[in-house]
Design a protein around this ligand. Structure first.
Ligand code: MTE
Ligand code: MO
Length: 362
């Protein structure tokens, strides 16, 4: 069994699949902490978790067209200048379960818990690239990452990001070895994972084995034939993956975590309490969350209770919000909508209907 050496997981994680292991934190627990504890941070694995000996681990860095490969041991990486950031990581399929209610989609049926926020410590990717001699005007366009997790044919998980994000110091891309102050747990990429803040989870490659500086994007399935968006009218007969760019920065989103779908809600002083999180890709900050219980006739502006002080375009972490909304106590059913606005004044759509897509991406 290739899945014979999986780590032990916290029982509160709600699995979406077991082999490979995919699981999320229950929404009401998720918003209890601004920094998500490692034990309840969602896990998104496409393949078995590799067993890696930190003593013999080596990271390879290859520059296409040059006949040399630089290598770094874990100790060598840890000796380089250290950087810590607070960043939210989100799967493109987060909240796909709600999109499925419009029409079936292909992919794991995630609730709103395929997201988490942590402090990540490591070496700046820009420092590593400069150390091996890569410069802004070399003409390379992409930085590819290969994981040490393999499928049955021997292919590893892979992804790439544009070179500017990798080289720009303000892009804060990291080769992280710590998550919330401890060595990165096995499920999250021990001993080294890439953190590309503001960019879809899929490019944050875990168990990093190799970096390739290239003129081309990663050829991997996950870069080429997955994690892309399409029109609501595109179906599996008409879809052409070469026509859509790979998702990098994610759009603005929010999710209601309290109450949960189907909950009986308490009315206190004629009001209900609604809580959730909001986040935007590309280092944008949440500037407002509007909530309605009457299908948009009246909007209530939520309090932004917990927000990092970093300014855009380096605001990598989510915002936790809450709002009390007056309700008609005789009403039997209530539909609550939330929509977030980010610092680029992009606004989240009110419903999934018109952004539905066959892969169920945000
Ligand atoms: N890296 C490797 N090597 N293998 C993977 O399966 N999954 C990706 C990304 N990095 C993956 C990976 C996806 S799709 C997501 S959403 C994030 O890791 C999930 O990170 P987490 O499990 O630490 O939450
Ligand atoms: Mo993902």
């Amino acid at each position: 069994d290739p899945y014979g050496k999986e780590p032990i997981r916290h029982p509160i994680l709600q699995p979406a699949s077991i082999k490979p292991f995919n699981a999320e934190c229950p929404p009401s627990l998720l918003i209890e902490n601004f920094i998500t504890p490692n034990e309840i941070f969602y896990v998104r694995n496409h393949l078995p978790v590799p067993v890696i000996d930190p003593a013999t681990y080596e990271l390879e860095v290859e520059i296409e067209g040059q006949n040399r490969t630089a290598t770094f041991t874990l100790n060598e990486l840890k000796k380089l200048p250290k950087c810590t950031i607070v960043a939210t990581i989100m799967c493109a399929g987060n909240r796909r379960g709600d999109m499925t209610k419009v029409k079936a989609v292909k992919g794991l049926n995630w609730g709103p818990g395929a997201v988490g926020t942590a402090t990540w410590t490591g070496v700046r990717l820009s420092d590593i690239l400069r150390t091996v001699g890569v410069n802004e005007d070399d003409g390379y366009k992409h930085v590819q990452f290969e994981g040490i997790d393999y499928d049955v044919t021997g292919k590893s998980y892979g992804a790439s990001i544009p070179i500017w994000k990798a080289l720009d110091k303000r892009g804060d891309a990291l080769l992280a070895y710590e998550m919330n102050g401890v060595p990165i747990p096995r499920d999250h990429g021990f001993p080294i994972r890439v953190i590309v803040p503001g960019v879809v989870g899929a490019r944050n490659v875990k168990w990093l084995g190799r970096i390739i500086v290239s003129e081309k994007e990663s050829e991997s399935h996950w870069q080429q034939n997955d994690y892309k968006g399409f029109s609501p009218s595109t179906d599996w007969d008409t879809v052409d993956f070469t026509k859509s760019p790979a998702i990098q920065e994610l759009p603005v989103i929010s999710a209601i975590c309290q109450p949960n779908e189907g909950d009986k809600v308490k009315v206190v002083d004629g009001c209900i309490l609604v809580r959730g999180y909001a986040w935007s890709g590309g280092g944008q900050k949440i500037v407002r969350v509007d909530v309605t219980v009457d299908a948009g006739k009246t909007w209530h502006v939520a309090n932004l209770d917990n927000q990092d002080t970093a300014e855009p375009p380096q605001h990598w972490a989510w915002t936790l919000w809450s709002v009390r909304i007056p309700v008609d106590e005789s009403a039997k059913n209530l539909e609550i909508w939330a929509k977030a606005v980010d610092s680029s004044y992009n606004t989240q759509p009110e419903s999934f209907e018109n952004i539905w897509n066959l892969r169920g991406c945000s």
